[in-house]
Design a protein around this ligand. Structure first.
Ligand SMILES: [Zn+2]
Length: 154
């Protein structure tokens, strides 16, 4: 386990987590400085500093999948696995659901952010990307709106 400041946030409280094992999640991660990362076969990219939102899903074991993203030592299996080891802070928003609204959520995070890597996390769906760059200020704005984030210490 690395030294992430981390936290789970369930937007529907704890009850649905017990009843529904799968769902979608939004990973909020912060890069302290400009970071050059090789993202598997997609190639090498320069990620500007700031907050990123990544949307993923797990049919079963949503919490286990989300926990996996919070560990540094792991075999890179998904695109996001190349990026998380560089993060200084990671937050996870769990969205328990029988039909994970993964692409619906990524459409919305892309409306507030920018695409850095085309096709990131979206190999088997029509989305342009499942990773959105939010910059430094979006998280604070989203937090003050009280929607899907608790307070990062920045
Ligand atoms: Zn998608």
């Amino acid at each position: 386990m690395g030294g992430f400041a981390k936290g789970f946030i369930s937007i529907f409280g704890h009850q649905p987590l017990i009843m529904v094992k799968g769902g979608a999640y939004i990973l909020l991660l912060h890069l302290q400085g400009e970071t050059r990362v090789r993202v598997g076969r997609l190639g090498e990219f320069t990620f500007p500093p700031g907050w990123y939102a990544y949307v993923g899903s797990a049919r079963k074991g949503l919490k286990a999948r989300a926990s996996r993203h919070l560990t540094r030592e792991k075999h890179a299996r998904w695109h996001i696995d190349y990026l998380t080891p560089h993060a200084t802070e990671i937050r996870v928003v769990l969205v328990p659901s029988r039909e994970p609204p993964e692409c619906f959520l990524s459409k919305h995070v892309l409306e507030t952010g920018k695409i850095v890597v085309k096709g990131f996390g979206a190999s088997d769906c029509p989305c342009p990307s499942h990773l959105a760059y939010l910059g430094e200020s979006s998280i604070r704005r989203t937090h003050s709106a009280g929607t899907w984030c608790n307070s990062p210490r920045r």
